[in-house]
Ligand binder design. Sequence first.
Ligand code: TXA
Ligand code: MG
Length: 325
Amino acid sequence: MIIEHLCASNPIHIAHAADLIKQGELVAIPTETVYGLAANALDPAAVAKIFAAKGRPQDNPLIVHILSIEDAAPLVTHIPEQALSLAKTFWPGPLTIVLEKSALVPEIVSAGLPTVALRAPSHPAARALLRACGLPLAAPSANKSGSPSPTTSQHVVDDMSGRIAAVLDGGPCDIGVESTVITLATPIPMLLRPGGVSLEDLKIVLGELRISEAVTRELQAHEHAQSPGMKHRHYAPKAELTLVHGSFEEITRYAKEQDADGVLDFGENPEEQARQLFAKLREIDALGLRKVFVRCPGKQGIGLAVYNRLLRAAEFREVTLVSKQ
Ligand code: TXA
Ligand code: MG
């Protein structure tokens, strides 16, 4: 199966993509965060194709994409007040809200959990497709399980060639890291994955908010993961990556001592770091590098998401040359 290359700004191509989705096929779509691999969320056979195409573990649930909070009603048992406030402030946009699911959501989507993750994306092509289908769309990031998420249509083709029907090309993604995932299915709201919406901004709306331990450390085999995605190997290039706290000069010196063949420094702008992150991780492999040291970014704003992804890409190897930021 050759991937059909469709243009995200062409209404005829959007209509064709909607037909493919309604026929139970997979279409990769641009979102403001990363490219997603979309299927009809209400069709278990179509959703099963997502797991097969990605090589995704069956216990890792999918995010369901909708246009607005009104579309959430049939998919959940109830919509808590805090979900309304979050949706009002951050939707459409890079925030995923986990709620108790209704029977309409197939088991395969939620990987057997009693909850469902919902997000209203802001990307015009994703919204046009949702409107044209009139269906909720299950969509994980459109990469092979374990590799860096795709932020261009070329990344999607590199990973998904022969596995999916089509890709809607909307150019490079604006934000570059995935959505923030928060659960309201716990007594106190909990951040499960940092992302495009910052922790600081969430706190303004919610007041009390806990942070899952899996955000900044490795879970042990016996520990329960509130978000299954956090326990799987993630974002890792083939090269051995180490996250280093220190100045560029210190890291360069250290890298020489350690016989590394690359130093990755994303500069000081957290938004730019996020935008570049996954393309840089893919480049490391394209260049055939073996051992790379990455300068640790700050953890404020979207920086926390960049840090969380880099930590996983480095399989939790972390070295401090100076006091941590
Ligand atoms: O920005 C994004 O979120 C992108 C775009 C395509 O929307 N999607 C994305 O999906 O990153 P994925 O599948 O790569 O990551 C979904 C994360 C995983 O960590 C998964 O474990 C978690 O959300 N998740 C999904 N459903 C959940 C649930 N019911 N409870 C807890 N965590 C859930
Ligand atoms: Mg993913």
